[in-house]
Write a protein that binds this ligand. Structure first.
Ligand code: GDP
Ligand code: MG
Length: 168
């Protein structure tokens, strides 16, 4: 039986929880100071979607997003995208649109989920719910609110992307 392998890129400003999300989903752990594993470009996890085995390869950036220096190799061949911003970081929300364009430039139109992470910090929120919905609608993507810390909705993000890719 054929196994589907999907390269997924995770983009968004530094500090929104991208590395934590990959670590949470692939290793089931959460730490306050996650450091990228040296020499590893991605972590993977295998899931079953509609009776099909899907191998998700989640590509992490090594912090280059701060310097607008993500390489073409990072985007090359990506079939799906997670575009993340943080509930407590207004700049990361404002930057979502330009991240979408960046991915489109490198990969064309690929299934993308907008992730509002750190919803466990809702009392410190700097993004109101309507704005987040409007953003997702403007970008033509589903919005998923997550807490990587408390493991809320993380699996749903990747399951949705895998389903979208299989349906194409
Ligand atoms: P990246 O720069 O986008 O890769 O972000 P990191 O994964 O390095 O996370 C930045 C900081 O946010 C770390 O201290 C994480 O522990 C923290 N963090 C990540 N996700 C969450 C979350 O859902 N809730 C809270 N409270 N903190 C989080
Ligand atoms: Mg990181």
């Amino acid at each position: 039986e054929l196994e589907v392998a999907l390269k997924v890129v995770i983009v968004g400003n530094g500090g929104v929880g991208k590395s934590s999300m990959i670590q949470r989903y692939c290793k089931g752990t959460f730490t306050k100071d996650y450091k990228k594993t040296i020499g590893v470009d991605f972590l993977e996890r295998q899931i079953e979607v509609d009776g099909e085995d899907v191998r998700l390869m989640l590509w992490d950036t090594a912090g280059q997003e701060e310097f607008d220096a993500i390489t073409k190799a990072y985007y090359r061949g990506a079939q799906a995208c997670v575009l993340a911003f943080s509930t407590t970081d207004r700049d990361s929300f404002e930057a979502a649109h330009s991240w979408k364009l960046k991915v489109e430039n490198e990969c064309g139109e690929i299934p993308t989920v907008i992730v509002q992470n750190k919803i466990d910090l809702l009392e410190q929120s700097v993004v109101n719910p309507e704005e987040a919905e409007l953003l997702a609608r403007a970008l033509g993507c589903r919005l998923v609110r997550t807490s990587v810390k408390e493991d809320v909705n993380v699996s749903a993000v990747f399951r949705h992307l895998a389903q979208r890719c299989l349906a194409e």
